[in-house]
Design a protein around this ligand. Structure first.
Ligand code: DQA
Length: 140
């Protein structure tokens, strides 16, 4: 089982950025924990602040991986291009957010991506990624 995690803009600053919202762990430390939790899953990680690079990664994994866990950061609320990329590929994409975006500013309440994703997970801190992987492993 191959799962790609993609983090979008500003998520390279996890652990430094707005700690009261996003926590004090950096993603690399959390990733080691995540991999230990899923020893049978091959988890790859990619982060970019550039919209087109996120799209290129979706194209690269979108026909051969088993799932994508995507936190597109602020592009969630703006990017038709990422929504189109998700719709174009075969691999299921789970939209995740560290914070509960529905508790925050109104502009974060709308996702351009959600309608193209298999499901959405928000508000569980870094564990949103873990829940995203769990959801890809469910059989139904
Ligand atoms: C976020 C929520 C977005 O609104 C914000 O722009 C982010 C992070 C989250 O994980 O909670 O960069 O996706």
């Amino acid at each position: 089982m191959n799962i790609q995690i993609i983090n979008g803009p500003n998520l390279n600053l996890l652990g430094v950025r707005e700690k009261s919202i996003y926590g004090s762990a950096d993603f690399e430390s959390y990733l080691a924990e995540l991999k230990a939790n899923f020893p049978d899953v091959n988890i790859s990680y990619f982060q970019s602040n550039v919209e087109g690079e996120i799209i290129n990664k979706l194209h690269e994994v979108g026909f051969n991986y088993d799932g994508v866990v995507l936190n597109a950061g602020a592009y969630t609320h703006t990017s038709i291009a990422i929504a189109d990329a998700i719709a174009a590929i075969n691999t299921p994409v789970i939209e995740v957010h560290i914070s509960n975006v529905y508790k925050r500013e109104e502009f974060r309440h709308h996702s351009m991506l959600a309608a193209s994703c298999k499901g959405i997970i928000a508000g569980f801190g870094m564990h949103s990624y873990r829940l995203g992987i769990e959801s890809l492993l469910l059989k139904y």
